[in-house]
Design a protein around this ligand. Structure first.
Ligand code: NAD
Length: 278
């Protein structure tokens, strides 16, 4: 029987640990504040922002919401971020992506002070991760590492194949798996013989952005499968990049969607906020 890795339970444990830490910090007089900036009112972004606010409330982190109209200019957003960089009481800054098309996301991300970059997207944070220095790590891949560690799955010496090379999931995921001493392969849209390469994996991490893409043809018997994807299928139900029912019979462990990687992202964001105040 496959182990179903319970991201809801593990993320709750992390949030409870953080809540205890924050309460101790509060007693010592340290307040933690996260500034969340949203431009426009994309419904998915509003849901994410709402969930982040709720998590802050639960843990005891103060959240400041900046809701800017769609027509905000890039210069106006840059000045807000610069203002927040200089505000001593603000520990973390999060600009909800995607931004409207008239803005250059790279310019905005580069404006966030690396000391407050709780999303871990700033080039300095990514560079620090790549050379093993201290810095904020992108929340979703950091959440995957916690899922594995807290399920007592060792990564050392394992063949780890990651499908997807995005800046926010695939690439940092590969660097984190290297940090855990896995042997890492990154696959992407130009990879040849994807099924054969994926089948080498002891740990297969899928962040491809295509519903039900990975079937048992991609999975070695006994492999551990981590599904980062989130989609709504034609019946409006949440599903992942992995065809869960198809692979369940051959894997040794798997994350479900929903209830796998998803809840970990916010838990790791909260963890980064606490670190930003220390
Ligand atoms: P992305 O679209 O930026 O990247 C997808 C990657 O998959 C690309 O690197 C591309 O090269 C690769 N790819 C595409 N088609 C391929 C193919 N046929 N064969 C091999 N590789 C292929 O996506 P992303 O932002 O990395 O997100 C991936 C998935 O994870 C999405 O479903 C997204 O919704 C989800 N996601 C979930 C969370 C979470 O909190 N759980 C966070 C971020 C992203």
């Amino acid at each position: 029987m496959a182990l179903i890795i319970d991201g809801k339970k593990i993320s709750s444990e992390i949030k409870d640990e953080l809540k205890a830490k924050v309460s101790m910090l509060t007693r010592k007089g340290t307040r933690i504040t996260l500034a969340v900036v949203q431009v426009g009112n994309d419904p998915a972004s509003s849901v994410y922002v709402g969930n982040k606010k709720k998590a802050c409330e639960y843990i005891g982190i103060e959240s400041q919401a900046y809701e800017l109209p769609e027509e905000t200019t890039e210069e106006e957003l840059v000045s807000l971020v610069e203002k927040l960089n200089n505000e001593e009481s603000v520990n973390g800054i999060l600009v909800q992506l995607p931004l409207p098309a008239h803005m250059n996301e790279d310019i905005i991300i580069n404006t966030i002070s690396p000391a407050k970059d709780v999303d871990g997207f700033h080039p300095q944070s990514v560079g620090a991760l790549s050379i093993g220095q201290k810095g904020f790590v992108s929340c979703t891949p950091a959440g995957v590492i916690q899922l594995l560690k807290r399920s007592n799955i060792s990564m050392e010496g394992k063949e780890c194949v990651i499908i997807g090379r995005s800046n926010i999931v695939g690439k940092p995921m590969a660097l984190l798996m290297l940090r855990e001493n896995a042997t890492v392969t990154i696959c992407h849209s130009r990879t040849k013989n994807l099924k054969e390469v994926a089948k080498r994996a002891d740990i297969l991490i899928v962040a491809i952005g295509k519903p039900y893409f990975v079937t048992k043809d991609y999975v070695k018997e006994g492999a551990i499968v981590i599904d980062v994807g989130i989609h709504r299928n034609e019946n409006g139900k949440l599903c992942g990049d992995v065809d869960y029912d198809d692979v369940l019979g051959i894997v040794s462990a798997i994350t479900p969607v929903p209830g796998g990687v998803g809840p970990m992202t916010i838990a790791m964001l909260m963890s980064n906020c606490v670190d930003a105040a220390l």
